[in-house]
Design a protein around this ligand. Sequence first.
Ligand SMILES: Nc1ncnc2c1ncn2[C@@H]1O[C@H](COP(=O)(O)OP(=O)(O)O)[C@@H](O)[C@H]1O
Ligand SMILES: [Mg+2]
Length: 257
Amino acid sequence: MEPILSVEHLSVSFTRYRRGLSRAELSAIRDLSLTVEPGQVAAVAGESGSGKSLLAHAILHILPRNAKAGGSILYDGAPLTPDRAAALRGREISLIPQGITYLDPLLTVGAQLRRGRTDPDTRSRCRKVLERYGLGAETEGLYPFQLSGGMARRVLIAAAVLDSPRLIVADEPTPGLDVKSARRVLGHFRELAEQGAGVLFITHDLKLALSVADKLVVLREGRTVDELPAADFRRGQGLTHPYTRALWQAMPEHRLW
Ligand SMILES: Nc1ncnc2c1ncn2[C@@H]1O[C@H](COP(=O)(O)OP(=O)(O)O)[C@@H](O)[C@H]1O
Ligand SMILES: [Mg+2]
C-alpha cells in the first residue's frame, strides 16, 4: 500500500553561536527514515533525547526557527511543503504534543475544540469525544488552568482526533494518565487506524508501543536503526539488528535470570 507518510533521510541540526562568534553545528537528527501506511499504527521508540519530538515537529513544520532540516517528507505521495503542512495541520494531519502547555490559556476547552465552529454537528462531536475520554460536558466551559494534568492531556488528545484526521502524530501521549485512560487512548488509535488513518505513535515506552503497534521503528541518537513488524519483536524472532536485540533482551519479561 502507498504510504500516507514517508520520511526520507531526515536531518535536523541547530546552529549555536558561542562566545567569540564561533559557530557550532549540533546535529540532533542525522538520518531518519520511516513510512506509515493508512490503517497502520507505527510506533517510534527511542530513549530520551533521541530526536522523537523533533521528528514530530519536522513533520508538522513547527521546528524552532534556528533549526535546519534536510531530507524529505512526503504526505500522500507529495512533498509536505511548509504551505501544505500549514493547510493540513489540525485538519488532515494532527499532532498530540508532548507538552500540555500547547493548550491556549485564554480559551475554554470547548472553544479550543470547536475552533470557531458553532454548527450542531461540531458541538455534538465535541461532546462525544470528551465523553469518550471520561470528561463530562462541564469540561467544555473550563480554562486550561482549571484542568488537572491528566485532564489537560485528555483534552489535547480529544482535540487531535475530533476531526477524524488521516494522519495522527502522537508525541508521548500517555504519561500522567492512569492505566485505564492510557488504554482507552491506545484503543482509540487502533480504531482510527481501522477506519483508515495512519498513526505515528512516539514513545520511550517500548512495552506500551508493542501493545498497540503494527510496526516498530527503533530510533537511536537521531538515526533509525531498525524498522520491523511489531509481531517479530513480540516473538523475539528475526531480530537482526544488535541494538534491537539488546532492547528485546533488556525487557524484564525476556530476562532469563
Ligand atoms: N531548540 C533546540 N535547540 C538545540 N537543541 C535542541 C533543540 N530542541 C531539541 N534539541 C536537541 O535535540 C535532541 C533531540 O531532542 P528531542 O527530539 O526533543 O528528543 P526526544 O526523543 O526526547 O523527544 C536533544 O539532544 C535536544 O537537546
Ligand atoms: Mg520528546
